[in-house]
Ligand binder design. Structure first.
Ligand SMILES: *[C@@H]1O[C@H](CO)[C@@H](O)[C@H](O)[C@H]1NC(C)=O
Ligand SMILES: *[C@@H]1O[C@H](CO)[C@@H](O)[C@H](O)[C@H]1NC(C)=O
Ligand SMILES: *[C@@H]1O[C@H](CO)[C@@H](O)[C@H](O)[C@H]1NC(C)=O
Ligand SMILES: *[C@@H]1O[C@H](CO)[C@@H](O)[C@H](O)[C@H]1NC(C)=O
Ligand SMILES: *[C@@H]1O[C@H](CO)[C@@H](O)[C@H](O)[C@H]1NC(C)=O
Ligand SMILES: *[C@@H]1O[C@H](CO)[C@@H](O)[C@H](O)[C@H]1NC(C)=O
Ligand SMILES: *[C@@H]1O[C@H](CO)[C@@H](O)[C@H](O)[C@H]1NC(C)=O
Ligand SMILES: *[C@@H]1O[C@H](CO)[C@@H](O)[C@H](O)[C@H]1NC(C)=O
Ligand SMILES: *[C@@H]1O[C@H](CO)[C@@H](O)[C@H](O)[C@H]1NC(C)=O
Ligand SMILES: *[C@@H]1O[C@H](CO)[C@@H](O)[C@H](O)[C@H]1NC(C)=O
Length: 666
């Protein structure tokens, strides 16, 4: 009798564990039919997590576009698009606050990185479970909308699909994701093997280029602003801020919205409920904008930077410069790719084989002598040249947090979270989106139509470094291109005693080199990033924040900073790097030794952090048939000691995915 009760209890317990391995069925959700678009729905709830400031609301949910909701020619949306968003009201006066949209890059990177590790209301603690408020959150005075796009990124999904994932141990590993049927049994999870529910992983079920993604985002926004009309800013105080691959997304998305606005204004789009959505600011944070400028900068930055870090040998540097600049070299190939694109695929449908193959060859040839050399050297962080390759900053705890059962429940999401969608990365590779031109022209169009463009680049980043960003800024072929290049750099004044960087601005275009920041500028320099953001969205000059440009003659058309023409005179000190930490959702941060423990089953793990290794003697008896759940604490018998020599060759998960697409996410 007693025995059967125990059995029942343990069966009940197993059943519960079985359920907890999968994201919960959403509860407490409000679902609304779109008023103007039959079949389109929006569903959301108030999660009450992360933004815990009393009285400040947030909404998490989805805009659901059934197949063929996107019916423009050359779109082929034969799959549903369920786009996840998380909207945070401003902490002050949300009804009158401007609204900013934040997008991380990738392609395939989730914007939840921004929300939980960069500029959002909270940051995640080292237990990957608790959160604390971020005083420099961009929603202090602005309503901020974070969303995961294109579909299959983050919590966005097409068709719910059960999967297993195995973390691979090869160099540039991906995570092997396989569709699975668990109707008979659910296999046990361990450190390198997980079960869960994601999107379909099908390459044909998402956008394969920036241009296609722009169309999908516009349809998302049409529904979102229809259902949350009270947050649509009255005086068109709408802005888009984006990072990394956002150097592509931002210019293309804003110019697409502007062109749609023209069609709405002149009656070409006349359907009821069509929303004119005017952005007043495009913000780009360490964006990869122009491949030609960026590929050269990969060579320069590795050899000649303001920290006196040498990430290439002189030979590697010379080899790279020669390979880029020689006749028929990478620069030549990129220009040819662009010429072909203009001639054969002018509307960027991404379906002309000859264009794609030329552009892919140019990308591969460029990566071979620049990014891959950097990664192979395995000395320096991808997002921070002053940190080791196994860089532990910014902390990865949001990765675990987003896959906590209770978090999924609070957000009302039926899927596991993926920080980088491999399907999306592979799909963008398939059109060679990275090499395609037109972004500088988009920025020119945006500026010439009275929209401001604010660029901020952390000067420790390698991935989309400031050298390439600055080069892109002076190449923008807008009405004041010459005056912009002539404008000098002036200190970015953050407080009377603190300069956060150097800014060049002419009229509505500004470029700031931010000191002591890697790729995700708001994580490294939260106050500086916040100031630049606020000055931009309130129309003030970026360098001091004291001049309201809209009050200056010609709405600031001829406002200009003064000072030296470049910033190379300003050198920086290398600051101590944070201690390494091996995290299971991002093995690129681990030493080879630690990875060995993870795969031979001896790693001791607390909250996804490898904290030590079991004694060899006890190994076997402990592990046999009795694998501990993932986040269970074990007693550390052999604490981790991380020596410099142990620094590994593995780039991080995110970096690895980035290599495929030449511009990593976040
Ligand atoms: C999916 O989420 C569940 C919690 O709901 C977790 O147990 C599982 O490990 C996650 N799977 C993956 C692949 O992340
Ligand atoms: C696309 O859908 C919209 C809204 O349903 C409709 O007004 C429009 O006519 C459709 N366009 C085409 C080309 O089918
Ligand atoms: C994680 O956080 C949730 C919500 O605050 C809490 O209920 C739970 O006990 C925490 N889990 C652990 C292991 O601390
Ligand atoms: C995934 O598998 C679990 C366990 O068998 C099941 O409850 C759930 O409905 C499945 N989900 C999907 C999307 O197939
Ligand atoms: C509306 O504007 C678009 C883009 O500027 C143009 O191609 C189209 O011909 C215009 N249509 C009308 C009816 O003016
Ligand atoms: C680094 O670049 C700057 C600016 O182009 C240049 O002045 C300097 O000579 C370069 N230094 C080296 C070591 O190449
Ligand atoms: C990219 O997607 C578009 C639209 O779905 C399609 O027409 C095109 O063939 C795709 N390109 C590739 C290389 O798959
Ligand atoms: C570059 O390509 C060559 C020829 O395919 C190859 O041998 C070499 O290993 C590549 N270099 C890197 C850094 O990937
Ligand atoms: C600069 O951008 C702002 C915001 O969109 C706009 O109001 C202003 O007219 C623009 N100024 C110029 C000179 O284009
Ligand atoms: C984890 O589970 C997978 C699949 O069952 C298995 O192949 C692997 O050996 C396990 N790893 C460890 C360390 O137990």
């Amino acid at each position: 009798m007693a025995r059967s009760i125990i059995q029942i209890l343990s069966i009940a317990c197993l059943a519960f564990q079985g359920l907890a391995q999968f994201p919960p069925t959403p509860e407490g959700i409000t679902t609304l039919q779109s008023r103007f678009h039959p079949g389109i729905t929006i569903s959301y709830k108030q999660p009450g997590i992360c933004e815990t400031t009393p009285g400040v609301k947030s909404y998490a949910g989805y805009v659901h576009l059934p197949p063929n909701s996107i019916n423009e020619t050359h779109e082929d949306q034969h799959y549903p698009i369920n786009t996840f968003f998380w909207f945070f009201e401003a902490r002050k006066d949300p009804r009158n606050a401007p609204l900013a949209i934040w997008l991380n890059g990738g392609p395939g990177g989730s914007s939840m990185i921004g929300a939980l590790a960069e500029n959002g209301p909270c940051l995640v603690g080292s237990d990957s479970n608790g959160t604390y408020l971020n005083e420099w959150s961009w929603n202090n005075e602005v309503n901020v909308l974070y969303l995961d796009q294109p579909v299959q990124v983050g919590y966005s999904y097409d068709v719910l699909t059960n999967i297993t994932t195995s973390i691979g141990d090869e160099r540039f590993f991906g995570v092997d994701i396989q569709e699975a049927d668990f109707s008979d049994a659910v296999p046990e999870q361990n450190l390198t093997f997980l079960v869960g529910t994601t999107g379909s992983q099908k390459l044909t079920h998402t956008a394969n280029s920036t241009t296609h993604a722009a169309v999908a985002l516009w349809h998302f926004a049409q529904t979102w602003f229809e259902e949350f009309p009270h947050y649509k800013p009255e005086d068109e105080q709408l802005s888009l801020f984006t990072e990394s691959y956002g150097g592509h997304y931002g210019p293309a998305f804003v110019s697409h919205f502007m062109k749609q606005n023209e069609l709405i204004s002149n009656g070409t789009i006349s359907e009821p409920g069509a929303h004119y959505l005017h952005f007043n600011t495009l913000g780009i944070v360490n964006g990869c904008i122009d491949e030609e400028a960026q590929v050269k900068a990969y060579a320069t930055m590795a050899w000649n930077n303001t920290y006196d870090v040498k990430a290439f040998t002189e030979e590697q540097y010379n080899h790279a410069i020669h390979g880029l600049e020689r006749e028929g070299g990478v620069i030549y190939q990129l220009r040819k790719c662009r010429r072909l694109q203009k001639r054969l695929d002018p509307n960027d449908h991404g379906d002309v084989e000859r264009v794609i193959s030329h552009c892919q060859q140019a990308i591969t040839a460029g990566a071979n002598i620049t990014q891959e050399v950097y990664l192979n050297n395995a000395e320096r962080g991808w997002f921070d040249i002053t940190h080791p390759a196994t860089d532990s900053f910014p902390p990865p705890y949001a990765f675990g947090f987003m896959n906590q059962h209770w978090v999924q429940k609070a957000l009302g999401v039926p899927v596991n979270h993926s920080f980088v969608s491999q399907a999306v990365g592979a799909n963008f590779d398939a059109t060679a989106d990275m090499a395609r031109g037109g972004l500088l022209e988009d920025i020119a169009y945006i500026l010439d139509h009275g929209v401001r463009v604010t660029m901020m680049y952390g000067d420790r980043d390698y991935a989309c470094n400031w050298i390439g960003g600055e080069e892109a800024s002076v190449r923008v072929p807008w009405g004041h291109q010459e005056e912009f290049a002539e404008a000098g750099y002036t200190p970015l004044v953050v407080s009377p005693v603190h300069s956060g960087g150097l800014t060049r601005q002419y009229g509505n275009l500004s470029f700031t080199r931010v000191y002591q920041a890697g790729h995700m500028v708001p994580s490294y320099q939260p106050e500086v990033a916040y100031e630049i953001f606020m000055r931009a969205v309130t129309g003030r000059d970026i360098a001091t924040g004291t001049v309201d440009l809209r009050e200056v003659e010609g709405r600031g058309e001829h406002y200009s900073t003064q000072g030296p023409k470049d910033t190379w005179w300003k050198k920086n000190d290398v600051l101590p790097a944070p201690a390494g930490e091996c995290y299971l959702f991002d093995l690129g941060r681990c030493t080879e030794e630690e990875i060995g423990w993870v795969f031979d089953g001896t790693a001791m793990v607390k909250d996804w952090i490898v904290v030590g290794r079991e004694e060899q003697a006890s190994f076997g008896s402990v592990i046999e048939g009795d694998q501990e759940p993932l986040s269970t604490e074990k007693v550390t018998q052999a604490p981790v000691s991380r020596s410099k020599d142990a620094a590994t060759q593995l780039p991080s998960y995110v970096e690895a995915s980035g290599l495929l697409s030449e511009c990593p996410s976040m």
